[in-house]
Design a protein around this ligand. Sequence first.
Ligand SMILES: NC(=O)c1ccc[n+]([C@@H]2O[C@H](COP(=O)([O-])OP(=O)(O)OC[C@H]3O[C@@H](n4cnc5c(N)ncnc54)[C@H](OP(=O)(O)O)[C@@H]3O)[C@@H](O)[C@H]2O)c1
Length: 295
Amino acid sequence: MQILDGKLVSQATKDLLAKKVTELKALGKKTPHLAAILVGNDGASETYVASKVKSCAEIGYNSTLLRFDAQISEKHLLDNIQMLNENADIDGILVQLPLPKHINEELVINTIDPSKDVDGFHPMNVGKMVSGLPTFIPATPYGIMLMLEHYNIDTKGKHAVVIGRSHIVGTPMSILLSRNAQPGNCTVTLCHSQTKNLKELCLQADIVVAAIGRPNYVTADMVKDGAIVIDVGINRIEDSSKKSGFRLVGDVKFDEVAPKCSYITPVPGGVGLMTIAALLKNTYNAAIGEKEHLN
Ligand SMILES: NC(=O)c1ccc[n+]([C@@H]2O[C@H](COP(=O)([O-])OP(=O)(O)OC[C@H]3O[C@@H](n4cnc5c(N)ncnc54)[C@H](OP(=O)(O)O)[C@@H]3O)[C@@H](O)[C@H]2O)c1
């Protein structure tokens, strides 16, 4: 069993981007600039945004963080996004989700200029991804593809079972894995809460991608020997031994599943770090006016 090490791969990606930024600066070109919007005080969202901003600084990007309290009106938020759209110095805009219930997330995403939509959630970018055109690939599935690529994992002809069909993880993951590309060329089964025979399907899978949001949901009896397991889940569970009072676990019961796998991602230290690396890649591409093209 080999661990797919998000720390190692994300660092390699960041090192390469840092080098490219130094080159851009030496040529007198623009420094990539990411703007992040954080609404409210959700602990997990605060942590995610803080790591994104910190990673920007590490590799020489500029970043701007706009913070609003949870009561912000939808209009005020949309006006601020419009302002960032019109600011030529900003290359990428991300709005940390979820947003408070009174704000229409779809409207917010649709307001971001598609050429600055480094999260890849705008319908125009989603449409391009589905059509196999160059675009911003949503950061989490993109990060997973970068990880598979880094470890040179041959996915061709493999049966991938993706559990979870969200717009940000499961659905784009199923599209990317089924593309005529490497990584890709999988036969994909997309599962969700209404799937009847999840265990049976998982047992047929050469690759399992778990993006469910339920701690330790995928157990050893659901995974066949030699499978590749990608754990996207980030779940906080109570742990009084920790100063924070919680610890992070994935959607996969790591201790019992890992020994059966050929490769597995840990939580933390796996997909989460790759998500940030992929976001930084998208931001670089936005700054130089290019889009990633995976096939
Ligand atoms: N590592 C990262 O960077 C990263 C990034 C994003 C998300 N995440 C984590 O990944 C997890 C999933 O996130 P998300 O945003 O995709 O979540 P989400 O929007 O809540 O979607 C969860 C998906 O799982 C499905 N599901 C729920 N219970 C199920 C069950 N018992 N059997 C089969 N499918 C089930 C749901 O089915 P229905 O559609 O039928 O409801 C839904 O499609 C969360 O833990 C989240 O924190 C991590």
